[in-house]
Design a protein around this ligand. Structure first.
Ligand code: NAD
Length: 262
């Protein structure tokens, strides 16, 4: 009989986490390692990766870092080739790296900035899956989780590039789930709400009034800790989520419930 503990365990499994030098990605890399996985932690921020590596000491699993720009096809292909030659398999992939881009109305949004956000947030997820899925197939199956956002189901003013990229991540996730469900690979997405990562803490410092307003609008009256989002992503990759396919798991303290509090 398989115990609950075993269904959550990643011992002997190989996980890939992008954006692992900070925030949600770092917590996910550490979380997979705590559950026994060999984790490939990817980022363009070498100092951030070094910190993730330092925090991973003493955990059951182990972490290997790689400087990879997730929007560069040759680098992503090279990374997956390295994982196959070193570890021989891939069981879980968390395509999570992302940027917010600037905040401007559409008519003022710089086109180059729009393209940059789409490239880092959306093209990266396409490229990740393009090279992860074949290795997972050769490994006998696996699970992919892509990081969308509440901006995948809402229209935050000023954030056209970000919202378009995250709606796109949701769409790509559903297509990949459809194409791979019968091949032993589950593909899902998470939609974090306001999460207190360096990205958000820096924005809040620049615009404290907006930050206060945003927190008031969250029924839970607080932002998430990065580990609360990472836990949801790891759970989606685990055998406890074995019947979830093409799902967008919203983890937002109730931000997108809608309606009113009496
Ligand atoms: P973060 O800034 O703390 O971490 C993002 C990491 O991605 C950074 O370490 C950064 O160096 C890395 N990165 C950026 N561009 C990269 C590239 N081209 N190649 C490789 N790595 C790259 O931010 P976070 O809040 O942890 O964000 C993680 C994900 O969660 C993002 O996709 C973000 O859009 C999403 N998200 C965050 C929030 C939030 O409130 N923090 C809400 C919804 C969705």
């Amino acid at each position: 009989m398989v115990t609950d503990e075993q269904r959550r365990d990643f011992t002997g499994k190989v996980a890939l986490v992008t954006g692992a030098g900070s925030g949600i990605g770092r917590e996910a890399a550490l979380g997979f390692a705590r559950r026994g996985a060999l984790v490939y932690a990817i980022d363009v921020d070498d100092r951030g990766l070094a910190e993730t590596l330092a925090q991973s000491e003493q955990l059951d699993g182990s972490v290997r870092t790689a400087h990879v720009d997730v929007s560069d096809e040759a680098q992503v292909a090279g990374l997956l080739a390295r994982i196959e030659s070193e570890a021989g398999r891939l069981d879980a992939a968390f395509n999570n790296a992302g940027i917010t881009g600037g905040t401007h109305r559409i008519e003022e949004y710089p086109t180059a900035e729009f393209e940059r956000v789409l490239s880092v947030n959306l093209k990266s997820v396409f490229l990740g899956m393009k090279y992860e899925l074949p290795l997972m197939l050769r490994s006998g199956g696996g699970a992919v989780v892509n990081t969308a956002s509440v901006a995948a189901v809402t229209g935050p003013g000023g954030m056209s590039a970000y919202a378009a990229s995250k709606h796109g991540v949701h769409g790509l996730t559903r297509v990949a789930a459809m194409e791979n469900a019968s091949r032993g690979i589950r593909v899902n997405a998470i939609a974090p709400g306001w999460t207190e990562t360096p990205m958000v803490v820096a924005n809040s410092r620049q615009n404290p009034a907006f930050a206060e307003l945003a927190k008031k609008a969250i029924p839970a009256k607080r932002g998430a800790q990065p580990s609360e989002i990472a836990d949801a992503a790891i759970w989606l990759c685990s055998n406890e989520a074995s019947y979830l396919y093409g799902h967008l798991l919203v983890v937002d303290g109730g931000m997108t419930i809608g309606g009113f509090e009496l």
